[in-house]
Design a protein. Structure first.
Length: 272
């Protein structure tokens, strides 16, 4: 029997990228998946966001991995929509919720006018997710694990003086504060809370013309300055690398791990 058999996981930003990898990994380990994604564009984001077709492709992969899944097209900025998805999904899967992965995020790094959107999605959206989902977790009484997707930009001061870039770093730093507060509060209910901090990951959020151009500009600016590369000889990580780390955090192998910031970064932070 797979380790997560009988458990239910709620994942935001699930249609593609890291969220998709989390859904497939946890499903392969036996979990039922409640998947939420906006599947629409945000005006200040200069690259294409996930679509309903991306969500459908993710569903197929989860089912091929042996998992059951319920999907919801909703905005993490809309607390009521998140609450409705959690309520409906937990009812579908037997009134339990064991795992929450607050993964939804945007990275409009080169956008001067994206401060509010990136704060609203990447920080308020994470708060909405954990604050809504913790209530049924406590009510059902099974304990559990929550993982918040931050970034290496949540632990070190990297970025550029543009609204989207500064907002991204501010939101990802803010996630650490949210994680630590809830790790303390939810420990009494045997619910663990941690954050994961990837370096660049090979997803559509990174692999697009706008983000690549911004990264190239950052690399040129750093000539003769701080080294912006990873310590290990790899330019980007794969989504599955992050999913494996998140799986460890939500598994019984990490049953006493809570309140930590876990870099999965090929040594990026260690070089700063």
């Amino acid at each position: 029997m797979a380790e997560l058999t009988g458990k239910v996981a709620f994942i935001t930003g699930a249609a593609r990228g890291q969220g998709r990898a989390h859904a497939v990994k946890l499903a392969s380990e036996g979990a039922d998946i409640i998947a939420l994604d906006l599947c629409a564009q945000i005006d200040s984001v200069p690259y294409p966001l996930a679509t309903p077709d991306d969500m459908a492709a993710m569903v197929k992969l989860v089912e091929e991995a042996g998992g059951r899944i319920a999907t919801y097209e909703a905005d993490v900025r809309d607390r009521d929509a998140v609450k409705a998805a959690v309520r409906d999904g937990t009812e579908k899967f037997g009134d339990r919720l064991d795992i929450v992965i607050a993964n939804a995020g945007i990275a409009p790094m080169a956008a001067a006018d994206a401060w509010q959107d990136v704060i609203d999605v990447n920080l308020t959206g994470v708060y909405n997710t954990i604050d809504v989902a913790m209530k049924p977790m406590v009510k059902f009484g099974n304990g559990g694990a929550i993982v918040l997707t931050s970034s290496v930009a949540g632990l070190v001061g990297i970025g550029a003086p543009l609204g989207g870039s500064v907002g991204y770093a501010a939101a990802k730093h803010g996630i650490v504060g949210i994680m630590r507060v809830y790790a303390n509060f939810l420990a009494q209910y045997s619910i663990r809370v941690n954050s994961v901090h990837p370096a660049g990951v090979n997803t559509p959020m990174i692999d697009n013309d706008f983000t690549r151009s911004w990264l190239d500009g950052m690399a040129q600016q750093s000539q003769g300055g701080p080294d912006m590369g990873n310590a290990l000889p790899v330019q980007t990580l794969e989504p599955e690398d992050i999913a494996n780390a998140v799986y460890w955090l939500v598994s019984d192998a990490a049953r006493y791990v809570t309140g930590i910031t876990l870099p999965v970064d090929a040594g990026f932070i260690n070089k700063r």
